[in-house]
Design a protein around this ligand. Structure first.
Ligand SMILES: O=C(O)CCC(=O)C(=O)O
Length: 316
């Protein structure tokens, strides 16, 4: 009897993503030709939790004309920044039976630029991607080149961003599939970013497991050592690579439908809170994003329920 009830819950969970998709998930990420008003942004995108790409939202930023690798070399080349270094381009990702975090190195930006241009060598893959507002904290000289927030979004959401992040890295640097509790306004200044998404409603098909956290350590010889973070709790993370999903191990994922888009220079992606995303980029892509904390409203609570039911019913 209990097993029959549990199977009924699993069956409902398996049907939920298709029903949600039919009702409210777009088949492609739509484009807007100009920024929305605060009302339209809230009504058409934030409330329904739908992504879009906005053109002509950044053209007043001097960064769009100025930012390039030679400009950075001339203006902030001597500034030291935190750089995530990994052997394979995957920081904060499941590798084997560990949740691997990158080695973190402080390097002059000019050195990173040399590596990006193929003029210098460094072991592994480099990604300037320290989150928690690395733009104002590590590269404040660049702040006059853009706005410190997105005015129509700040007005719509009634708050300022929690973080303004700067991203610059090698094409081999990949961000593994995950979700955040932020309304994410992701602005590409130069190059391209390739996003793969799943709506939050796909949760029943997306596996999570608990992993021992570990950090890469770069040795003197330029090799990588895996050092367990024994004081840290286990980390729940998605083991699946959506580019090459192991369907023998995670067969449910074959029922999930990924949405893909490329965000080009001058475009802003509005990535709603709780959407799963996996990110790749062109070599030397320059981007800035604004993380606005989401509203912890019923939408959040419903997602938590979906998450709990998926785990409790053993669908994970
Ligand atoms: O650009 C990237 O590599 C990752 C961006 C991301 O995951 C985020 O903003 O949450």
């Amino acid at each position: 009897m209990a097993e029959a009830a549990l199977e009924a819950v699993r069956s409902e969970l398996r049907e939920f993503p298709a029903a949600a998709r039919e009702l409210c998930v777009p088949l492609v990420v739509p484009y807007l030709d100009k920024p929305p008003t605060p009302l339209h942004f809230y009504r058409d995108w934030v409330c329904p939790n739908r992504p879009c790409i906005i053109r002509n939202a950044l053209q007043h930023w001097p960064a769009l004309q100025k930012w390039s690798l030679p400009y950075f070399r001339a203006t902030v080349g001597s500034t030291e920044v935190s750089v995530a270094v990994t052997p394979d381009g995957y920081a904060d990702a499941v590798r084997g039976d560990r949740f691997m975090m990158p080695a973190e190195r402080r390097l002059p930006l000019s050195f990173v630029l040399d590596v990006l241009a193929g003029r210098a060598q460094h072991p592994g893959v480099l990604y300037v991607q320290k989150q928690c507002s690395n733009l104002p904290t590590e590269l404040p000289q660049l702040l006059p080149d853009l706005e410190s927030h997105v005015p129509w979004a700040s007005e719509a959401l009634g708050k300022m961003p929690d973080a303004v992040n700067f991203w610059l890295g090698e094409a081999a640097a990949v961000t593994s599939l995950h979700k955040d509790h932020y309304e994410n306004l992701y602005c590409v200044v130069s190059g391209e970013k390739h996003f793969l998404f799943h709506p939050p409603s796909d949760r029943p098909f997306i596996p999570y497991e608990l992993y021992t956290p570990a950090t890469y350590q770069l040795t003197e010889e330029g090799t990588f050592k895996v050092v367990d973070e024994e004081a840290m709790e286990k980390v729940p993370w998605i083991p699946l690579d959506p580019l090459a999903p192991d369907l023998a191990r995670y067969p449910s994922y074959s029922q999930a439908q990924a949405l893909r888009c490329t965000v080009r220079a001058g475009e802003m992606l509005c990535l709603p809170a709780l959407w799963f995303h996996h990110v790749q980029q062109s070599q030397g892509c320059i981007a800035v994003n604004f993380w606005y904390d989401m509203e912890y409203d019923l939408k959040y609570s419903y997602f938590q329920l979906l998450d709990s039911l998926t785990k409790a019913s053993g669908l994970d």
